[in-house]
Design a protein around this ligand. Structure first.
Ligand SMILES: [Zn+2]
Length: 217
């Protein structure tokens, strides 16, 4: 997870939010109509916010089916009014949207990419290689990992793949330095390495923390 800035509300939502919400509440249904909140204008804006990554785990959503998540559950009476609330629409991969059995963890006990700064997020979450853990056993960090299943096997596997790719890149750079009488790292090489930690890169938090550890940023 990294801090995200919400873009302004898409026009379709500006125009239809009230009508859609009133209809949904009146219908007595437990789920709102996906064809409405899944409107292309809404999903495209949600994608732009996160550079096309899952808001929780930072997986690129080009590799996997993406889902629009209601951050605050809308199937119960109190949540229904938030079914088409722009602030309540998040973009998630299937792993992180499928909160069962952790849906009982209240959202205010977990990190929120819009409310929490990068500093805040980094003081609760950390990584040992591809394994995500709570920084200093932080309760909020722990609940965030549990709620969004950030420690699932499938995420470990894909993060490990990205780490291997990173290590390959690093190895090639080091070999090149050695082949050239141990010359220092060039600005261009440094840039290649730092790209892994940029906000638009997959799993950028993991790479940011790793690069800080090895003093590349
Ligand atoms: Zn995810």
């Amino acid at each position: 997870m990294i801090h995200l800035d919400r873009l302004s509300k898409p026009d379709i939502l500006e125009a239809k939010q009230k009508e859609w919400t009133d209809k949904f509440i009146a219908s007595g249904k437990s789920r709102p109509d996906f064809s409405k909140y899944g409107h292309s204008e809404i999903s495209e804006t949600l994608r732009s916010i996160s550079f096309n990554k899952c808001y929780y785990c930072e997986r690129k959503l080009t590799d996997i089916h993406s889902e629009i998540d209601h951050y605050i559950e809308v199937s119960d009476t109190t949540g229904k009014a938030l079914a088409f609330d722009w602030e309540n629409l998040f973009l998630a991969c299937q792993n992180c949207n499928n909160k069962f059995p952790n849906s009982k963890i209240p959202v205010n006990q977990a990190l929120n990419p819009f409310y929490d700064s990068d500093y805040e997020i980094e003081s609760h979450l950390t990584f040992e290689n591809e394994i995500i853990t709570a920084q200093n056993n932080s309760e909020i960090g722990l609940r965030t990992i549990q709620k969004f299943k950030l420690d699932s096997d499938s995420l470990d596997k894909i993060r490990s793949k990205h780490l291997l790719n990173f290590k390959d890149v690093l190895l090639k750079i080091r070999e090149n330095q050695i082949a050239n009488q141990g010359r220092p790292i060039s600005a261009e090489e440094k840039q290649i390495i730092q790209k892994f930690a940029q906000k638009d890169a997959p799993f950028s938090l993991m790479f940011k923390l790793l690069l800080k550890k090895v003093k590349y940023i």
